[in-house]
Design a protein around this ligand. Structure first.
Ligand code: AMP
Ligand code: MG
Length: 408
């Protein structure tokens, strides 16, 4: 409002600028399937077998040959096929085979007739509905053909992939080792939870947010605690992080009043850019390289720290970890109340999205000040308002991004 925002860096440029410099830095190791949840595949996976591995019954019923049904007389049951216990006997003309779901269909089967379409009289089975050739048979390879590519390198393994890998009999797989990320909070005013506050102190909350998000991303976290605004202690912390981690994430100390301080130190140790991003919250942000580790400097305000981590650091860490990053789903919703907004920055307002009588509707969580953490804790989505947009009237359409796995 009234500020000149023309020199601010668009979010997309900042993100692209970072991604262009980053590459996967995590070697490969083998893990057994039961330990693969959350790990990132380090190779493409092709199917070593067909799924299903044999033609099998999709229903409980009878396996028939169409020629045997031509006369319309009931068929004699020759035997039974169960899942895991194929029918291995003779199959003379005029006979059918009782079959259960998942059992291999006997050689020569044209169709499986569901039980409900038959009438049994002892071992004589009458077929009430003429079967369609191939009905109720799941064909070998119908789901996945042997040799087909099933998962690509960079896939983060979730509960959706593990059963798939198991169905292919894959017991171990190559994954990237977890990314090691050092974190610390900066600020003389910060105290850890569990200690009393003196006047002027506040509890360090950012570190718990950053740590929780790193856990969600499957990163190993090296927590260096709270570092006071003291050059010697900061230098030591930067150096330790650089020795022991692939990346360092700090919060605080990148805004105008403090930038000079950390700037001087970081310029001495590596190459760091201090950016003013055209987003709200989260204007100040630092990114660069220490001798061995990448550096991400998040703003101190708690909402800004979380939002910049989610929007900028998350895709960057994914790339370092070898993971293909998928942009979260964005939807359109109707603003059910007016939204305050000044042109000049891309807003990530925190909102509550719900299904209304006329479709998706969203409202703000209240004060959008970047120090008001309840604006985030009560929200279930971002309301993303374009950079040049001004205030939004009730009833206007806005873009929303439901919180993804990082924040849930
Ligand atoms: P800074 O970016 O260091 O100027 O901090 C901006 C604001 O965020 C100040 O009000 C700080 O007290 C607050 N802040 C900085 N770091 C943290 C933290 N780790 N937890 C909670 N608040 C913080
Ligand atoms: Mg500070």
């Amino acid at each position: 409002m009234g500020f000149d925002t023309s020199g601010l860096l668009p979010l997309s440029d900042a993100l692209q600028g970072m991604l262009d410099q980053l590459a996967c830095c995590c070697d490969t190791e083998q893990v057994p399937l039961p330990h693969a949840l959350g790990r990132v595949l380090a190779a493409d996976i092709a199917s070593p077998l067909s799924v299903p591995p044999f033609d099998n019954a999709a229903m409980d019923g009878y396996a028939v040959r169409l020629a045997d049904l031509a006369t319309g007389t009931p068929l004699i049951m020759a035997g039974k096929a169960f899942a895991g216990q194929p029918y291995q006997g003779e199959w003379p003309a005029g006979h059918c085979v009782r079959i259960m779901t998942g059992a291999p269909v006997p050689e020569g089967t044209d169709a499986v007739v569901m039980q409900e379409e038959t009438r049994a009289d002892g071992d004589k089975i009458a077929f009430l509905v003429p079967p369609i050739p191939g009905q109720n048979i799941r064909r070998r390879g119908e789901d996945i053909r042997e040799g087909a590519s099933v998962l690509s390198s960079g896939t983060r393994l979730t509960p959706r992939e593990l059963p798939l890998l198991a169905s292919l009999g894959i017991a171990t797989m190559p994954v990237h080792r977890p990314l090691r990320v050092a974190i610390f909070s900066t600020g003389d005013e910060l105290k850890p939870v569990g200690t009393p506050l003196a006047h002027g102190d506040i509890y360090d909350s950012n570190r718990y947010g950053v740590k929780a998000m790193l856990a969600r991303l499957g990163c190993e976290c090296l927590d260096l605690g709270i570092i006071p605004d003291d050059p010697a202690q900061l230098r030591a912390a930067f150096q330790q992080a650089d020795r022991e981690a692939d990346a360092l994430i700090t919060t605080g100390g990148v805004s105008v009043g403090e930038a000079d301080f950390t700037k001087q130190l970081l310029e001495e140790l590596g190459e760091i850019g201090f950016w003013k991003l055209a987003i709200k919250p989260g204007k100040p942000f630092a990114f660069g390289r220490l001798p061995n580790a990448w550096f991400f400097g998040l703003p101190g305000n708690p909402v800004s720290a979380m939002v910049t981590f989610d929007q900028l650091v998350q895709p960057a860490l994914a790339k370092l970890a070898g993971q293909q990053f998928e942009r979260p789903l964005q939807l359109q919703a109707i603003a059910s109340e007016p939204l305050k907004k000044a042109p000049g920055r891309l807003d990530f307002q925190r909102g509550i999205l719900r299904m209304g009588p006329d479709g998706l509707e969203v409202r703000s969580t209240g004060s959008q000040d970047s120090a008001v953490f309840s604006s985030l804790s009560r929200a279930n989505c971002y309301i993303i308002l374009e950079r040049e947009r001004g205030r939004v009237a009730a009833g206007e359409t806005v873009t929303v991004e439901p919180f993804g796995g990082l924040l849930l």
